[in-house]
Design a protein around this ligand. Structure first.
Ligand SMILES: Cc1cc2nc3c(=O)[nH]c(=O)nc-3n(C[C@H](O)[C@H](O)[C@H](O)COP(=O)(O)O)c2cc1C
Length: 262
């Protein structure tokens, strides 16, 4: 089948999912339009896609799921038997139910998720885990997967010939664990408000960016990444202690997983 347009719909708090996505898209022979749904304004975004389009959904794995905000925003994308590729990018612990959750959302939205993957990227909370990934070895695998997916589309005469591959995961999906790391502002905060705009869930009040609404915060670290003054961060002692334990459990290299129905 002939693909006329490729769109990537991405949620990426600290840029690692976006980086992984761009390794994937570099291997494709058509340009890719990127629709970033990370910021809260994307809650109002709704798009429709036709059967001659190819949509790539990419999200990070948080607590074995995709972030609820990403799930909500992906659900506003509507396909019409539109081929889709799913990337659930995880930080070398596990992707648990995240890829299955993405598959369910895509199917409910009218997409045909014929090519699904769980690539590994550096852990955005525990940076010593999977440091520097996706690396050259990941890139070789991701690009081969991209080419295989593109070839699959070229080989079939229509969407009806595409199958949805079984992926790992269980329903009901696992519950989001509560994550005890909530970034706080230091005395260096100049209240510029960049974190307010960037926060995916509106957890930083516009009238006082030095505060964080812990009940909304998803610990995604986006505010820490975007702050131009390095004025937001986590409790360093708590993080260092947790990272030590986490590294012992999850430090060993895991490989990305790929699923395309034959
Ligand atoms: C709150 C939070 C929870 C996470 N949970 C998991 C997890 O369950 N499994 C895993 O392997 N990585 C986990 N990670 C790591 C991210 O999935 C990984 O680093 C991802 O590439 C981050 O992408 P981003 O920079 O686009 O947000 C978590 C990261 C954060 C911030």
């Amino acid at each position: 089948m002939q693909i006329e347009k490729i769109t990537a719909v991405v949620f990426s708090a600290t840029g690692l999912t976006k980086k992984t996505l761009s390794v994937f898209t570099q291997a494709l022979s058509l340009p890719v339009q990127v629709l970033d749904v990370t910021e809260q304004s994307a809650d109002r975004l709704a798009c429709s896609f036709g059967p001659q389009e190819w949509v790539i959904f990419a999200a990070p794995v948080y607590g074995g799921r995709i972030p609820a905000a990403a799930a909500r925003r992906f659900a506003r994308m509507k396909g019409s038997h539109t081929p889709a590729t799913l990337l659930a990018v995880f930080g070398n612990r596990d992707y648990d139910d995240a890829l299955l959750e993405m598959q369910d959302i895509a199917l409910a939205g009218g997409f045909v998720p014929f090519a699904c993957a769980a690539p590994v990227a550096e852990h955005s909370l525990m940076h010593s885990v999977a440091k520097g990934r996706p690396d050259d070895a990941d890139a070789v695998l991701l690009k081969a997967f991209a080419k295989e997916a593109q070839q699959k589309l070229a080989d079939v005469s229509g969407v009806a010939e595409l199958a949805v591959p079984p992926v790992k995961g269980h329903r009901p999906y696992m519950d989001y664990p509560s994550i005890p790391f909530k970034p706080a502002a230091s005395a260096d905060c100049v209240r510029c408000g960049q974190c307010v705009k960037a926060c995916p869930v509106g957890a930083i009040p516009p009238d006082d960016p030095t505060k964080t609404d812990a009940s909304r915060c998803i610990s995604c670290m986006r505010c820490v990444t975007v702050c131009p003054h390095g004025a937001r961060g986590l409790n360093k002692l708590l993080l260092a202690a947790a990272e030590k334990v986490f590294w012992l459990k999850c430090g060993k290299r895991k490989e990305p997983e790929f699923f395309i129905a034959k």
